[in-house]
Design a binder for this molecule. Structure first.
Ligand SMILES: CC(C)(COP(=O)(O)OP(=O)(O)OC[C@H]1O[C@@H](n2cnc3c(N)ncnc32)[C@H](O)[C@@H]1OP(=O)(O)O)[C@@H](O)C(=O)NCCC(=O)NCCS
Length: 445
């Protein structure tokens, strides 16, 4: 059944082979993903369109062979699959490669046979080969812990308001801001506003003009991660910001996935027009799809200027879910972000400080040597129970929560009794090196 263009990765025995995808898989794989991951008919179409995009369009970082497929060699039937969407993120402005596994699924009759585990082994090898030292996934709870992931970074906190919170225009009052669909010529403006916005975040997804272009112009409008993009203009026609929202109603209404203004523009001034736009567009989509729209919302993480601007006019608060994060070489990653760590030290009460910190993860660990404020050594270190337990300890991969600013040392030690610290000097230094900080990463799909 295999055509010559297909790259076989492994013969798994029992009539199954693991191979890389190709453009020729587009029909079978999009149907497979639609069927496995669907919530309803419309959702299935969006999954199909997304898979087709990945396999056939000019995605900035994904290639047609970046899916893994496990198939029955006799019939060619796809029984399990996942992919890897490479991207660049940054930590306090220091760029690093990220591998995003997505569309992980197995046919019901083949589940529980370790097929996904085998694909993760392969994908993690790809990440080493492609210099993607961090992997993230936004999927179902717990499952990915089994492949080395830890819930360690905030993901899509949101807030909602209802008709009563939609500000009314006075009789005869004109909108001060209008929203119009973005066009190619708007991309540099949008990229600038995005760049300004992500400065609020410790961890960011880096978007090039090529990526914005793909997202705005290349993607199928029905694809799962396609969002309508609108430029917000004042009455003189000057662009002041942009809004991205789903092109269909989600749970109870229309939700914005990204709303940002350029520097120097008042959120208090612009937001009422944006809320009215979202509400009215929600009503329009409800009519189109034969549904009712009773809310408007913003995905802005746990903190966002629009939450400040609207306050109690966004009464429903949905706490963020979490990215599941894997960093197989913690010492290597810490070395990579060393300038950010040294900057934190230099700007802290411990500027110029010296001492060694042995950070235990129980089965492994890292040794960090600080000399006069410089991190002169960051290396793997293995704790020895009783004889050399280290200076501070984090069970399993919980340290990743602190590394990505998701939880403080105090929060971790409250949740995990085996998270302890040998003294206040180490606690203070670790909290300076790895403070709790806000991030709301909008990943590439
Ligand atoms: C979740 C899913 C991908 C698992 O696929 P699978 O091929 O059965 O996975 P594996 O057999 O490789 O499972 C690896 C391990 O996870 C366990 N596992 C399987 N499903 C699990 C689940 N939902 N939660 C927790 N553990 C699970 C398996 O028992 C196995 O454990 P073991 O290695 O100790 O034996 C599959 O059930 C599926 O396609 N579900 C519907 C789509 C979906 O939810 N995908 C994830 C989207 S983020």
């Amino acid at each position: 059944m295999l055509s010559r263009t297909k790259t076989i990765l492994r013969d798994l025995g029992n009539g199954l082979i693991m191979r890389r995808s190709s453009v020729e898989d587009v029909d079978a794989l999009s149907a497979f993903n639609g069927m496995i991951h669907r919530e309803d008919d419309a959702d299935e179409q969006r999954l199909i369109a997304w898979t087709r995009d990945l396999l056939t369009r000019q995605h900035p970082t994904f290639h047609a062979d970046d899916f893994i497929i496990i198939e029955e060699s006799a019939t060619g039937r796809i029984v399990s699959s996942m992919n890897l969407i490479p991207q660049t993120w940054s930590y306090e402005g220091i760029k690093f490669g990220v591998g995003r596994p997505e569309l992980v699924g197995t046919l019901p009759e083949y589940r529980g046979k370790g097929l996904v585990r085998m694909q993760f082994d392969e994908i993690h090898q790809w990440c080493i080969e492609r210099d993607l030292p961090v992997q993230i996934i936004t999927g179902i709870p717990y499952f990915y812990r089994q492949f080395g992931y830890e819930m360690a970074l905030e993901f899509v906190g949101r807030r909602f308001g209802y008709e009563a919170q939609v500000p009314k225009l006075e009789e005869g009052e004109q909108e001060k801001y209008v929203l119009r669909p973005a066009v190619e010529a708007d991309i540099p403006f949008i990229a600038n506003v995005y760049e300004h916005a992500i400065q609020r975040h410790m961890v960011r997804c880096e978007r090039t003009l090529e990526i914005f272009k793909y997202e705005l112009l290349e993607q199928d409008r029905n694809a799962a991660h396609y969002f309508d993009t609108l430029v917000i203009e004042d009455v003189s026609g000057e662009a002041v910001g942009y809004l991205q929202h789903y092109s269909y109603l989600t749970r109870t209404g229309l939700t914005a996935v990204w709303y940002e203004l350029k520097q120097g523009v008042s959120w208090l001034d612009v937001t009422p027009s944006v809320v009215r736009y979202l509400w009215n567009k929600g009503q329009e989509l409800a009519k189109r799809d034969g549904r009712t729209s009773t809310s408007f919302g913003f995905i802005g993480g746990s903190h966002h200027p629009v939450y400040q601007a609207l306050g109690e006019d966004l009464p429903t608060i949905i706490s963020p879910y979490a990215y599941q994060v894997r960093v197989p070489d913690v010492a290597g990653f810490l070395n990579h972000i060393k300038p950010a760590l040294e900057k934190r030290l230099a700007e802290s009460i411990a500027a110029g400080h010296s001492r060694e910190i042995r950070v235990s993860f129980y089965r492994e660990g890292v040794r960090i040597v600080i000399e006069k404020g410089k991190l002169t050594t960051i290396e793997k270190w293995t704790p020895v129970t009783k004889d050399d337990e280290g200076d501070i300890a984090f069970p399993d991969r919980t340290f990743l929560q602190m590394l990505f600013g998701y939880r403080s040392y105090e929060e971790l030690s409250t949740s995990f009794v085996e998270c302890w610290c040998g003294g206040e000097e180490v606690r203070a230094l670790m909290s300076i090196l790895f403070p709790k900080k806000q991030s709301d990463v909008f990943p590439m799909a």
